[in-house]
Structure formats: C-alpha cells, structure tokens
Design a binder for this molecule. Structure first.
Ligand code: GZL
Length: 326
C-alpha cells in the first residue's frame, strides 16, 4: 500500500467540504442532511464476478443510506475513469470515490479534485502517488497478504516433494495494485522452496476469457505444468476450460489456486476443479458509506481501512456455499 495521508491535509480537505459546501453555496454551518449529499463513484468496469458484486454492494449501500450515488463504468480504461472524475468535479459532488484501474497516472486529476475542495476516497485498489494529501482514505484488501496466503498453501502442498514443481501464474490487469501485490506476496513465500518454480507468467486481465486464452497458449509451451496460480477466480475458471479442452483434469492433473472466492469460484472449489481460494471481499459499500458520513460530519476517517478476509479449502467451500452473499 502506498503513502498514508497526513491528518493536517485531511483536516484542510474536510474544512473545504463542511466549511464551504462544494455545491458553491455560502459556507454551511456543519454537515449536510444525507439526502442532500451527492457522491460520484468511478468504477473500474464489469470485468469479473468480483467487480459485479462490488458494484451491486456499493449501489445497494448508498440506496439504503439515502445518499445519491452518481456511478460510472470505465470498461477497464484509465482515461474513462479520469473523464468520470473530471465530470464529478464539474458537477461539484460532495465526495468522489473510485477504484483506480492501475496504480499510476492519477496525480493530475486528483490535484484538480483537491483544488475544487472535493475529498477523494480510494476503494479496492491503491494509487502510487507520492503526494499523500490527494486522498482522504483507502478502503480495501491487503493484496500482498493475499498473495502470501496463496503461496503458503502451495508451500504446504508440496512440502514433501523433492521434484521440481512447475507453476504458471495468470496475472491480473498489468499495473493494477492487486496484480502487482499478489505476485509479490506469492513470490516471496514460494521462494522458501527452490523446487517451486514459476515457469510462465502472463496477464489475463482479470477476465475468464483472458484466463482461458492465456492458459491455452501456455499449456502448449508448458505441457508438464503442475499448478496454476490465478490472481482471480474468473481467470481460474477460464483456465479450467482450457485444461479440460486439453483433455486433462483441473484440480487433479493441474492444481489451481485463485483469489476472490466469488460464487462461481467457490462452486468450482467444491467440485474439486480448484484446490484453494484466498478470499478478497467485494463488500465495501457499507464501509464506504460510513467514510462518507464521517467526512460529512467533519471527522477524519482512518487513512487505511483493511477488509477482513479468510481462505477456503474444498470442505470449507462446500460448507460456505449455501449462505454465500456473492
Ligand atoms: C481486487 C479487485 C480485483 C479482483 C478481480 O480487490 O480489484 O479486480 O480480484 C477484479 O476479480 O477484477
């Protein structure tokens, strides 16, 4: 995770919001009524089951809170997210929230939001900005820890193997915080066993189609691969299709470890086609509403709010599936 915001900067930003409402009205004397608040949310896209669940949860949470949410889908393009943020600034919304599709290239537009006195909240993914006054808070997962949990399962699974274990890594979107950090955490842990070797690593862009396409190609050049580590369930599900099309049994001939724990992934885990899943919760809506309320009340939210997450084996997936929320 990148830089943390200084309290002073937060305070100044909050003063801008409550001291002089961003709607350009005369200075207001305190928080706005919730039904007058307007939040602009610039979503990454609709690339995966995780993203769909994340969007649904955020929209439902703001609906329930009675706070207006302007929503945009950037179709995984940074220029679309920047356009959406600029339009929220033009509309003088009270708070801007977004999940940066990639880590870099945000300082200019975030400085525009700052100049307009509009607080920004990062949800899900982080930015690599060195200027820690550009956002009030980050709400999301510790992706390095997720990669470490995936690596630990692989370390344990092959602890007694004296043979070399060949691993294919299906990376998320190039430049995205979860892709960078999940690869980092995984590599750090499997380095403890020199038999574990990532023989190929390529982006499938967090999509099922991408996971299938890349796995088809990499299986041709690595027919004796033992395990696939996919940065999300959707690419793991695509890998299952490619493995079956190659006449092999996913979860048996080639083991699969993924991250997210969305319903389709958990079903594949219960069916034995995936071997282990590290959870990454998309349910950020309620916490985002709480952060917006704190900002409106002139309070300084925590700079980094990390979501609680677990992991699932096949047995745990079978048990969890009936009540799974997403
Ligand atoms: C992680 C999130 C990732 C998910 C993918 O917080 O940004 O993006 O792991 C999603 O499924 O596409």
């Amino acid at each position: 995770m990148k830089k943390l915001i200084g309290i002073a900067a937060t305070g100044a930003m909050l003063l801008a919001l409550t001291g002089c409402a961003t709607s350009g009205n005369a200075a207001s004397d305190g928080p706005k009524p919730l039904d007058e608040l307007v939040v602009g949310f610039a979503q990454v896209g609709a690339e995966s089951g995780w993203r769909t669940a994340n969007t649904k949860d955020i929209q439902a949470s703001f609906e329930e809170a009675g706070i207006e949410l302007k929503f945009s889908d950037a179709q995984q393009k940074q220029e679309n997210q920047i356009k959406a943020i600029r339009s929220y600034i033009q509309q003088q919304v009270d708070v801007i929230a977004f999940s940066p599709v990639v880590e870099t290239g945000w300082d200019a537009v975030l400085n525009e939001a700052k100049a307009a006195g509009i607080p920004v909240v990062l949800t899900d993914r982080a930015v690599d900005s060195q200027d820690d006054s550009l956002y009030v808070s980050f709400l999301g997962s510790d992706f390095v820890a997720e990669g470490e949990k995936a690596g630990q399962w692989v370390l344990d699974e092959y602890a007694d193997s004296s043979e070399s274990v060949k691993i294919i890594q299906l990376e998320g979107t190039t430049g995205a915080a979860p892709a960078i950090d999940r690869a980092e955490g995984f590599a750090e842990v499997i380095a403890e066993n020199p038999n574990l070797e990532v023989v190929a690593s390529q982006t499938g862009d967090f999509t099922r189609a991408g996971g299938k396409q890349v796995t088809e190609a990499l299986l041709k050049s690595n027919p004796d691969v033992d395990l696939i580590y996919a940065h999300n369930d959707d690419m793991g599900l695509g890998a299952i299709e490619a493995i079956e099309a190659a006449g092999m049994e996913p979860g048996v001939d080639i083991k699969i470890v993924t991250v997210d724990a969305v319903k389709d992934g958990m079903q594949a885990l219960a069916d034995g086609k995936i071997n282990f899943i590290v959870e990454c919760s998309p349910l950020l809506g309620k916490q985002l509403v709480d952060i917006v309320k704190q900002i409106n009340d002139g309070e300084a939210p925590e700079k980094r709010i990390i979501t609680e997450e677990t992991t699932f084996t096949q047995e745990e997936a079978i048990e969890a599936l009936p009540t799974r929320q997403y």
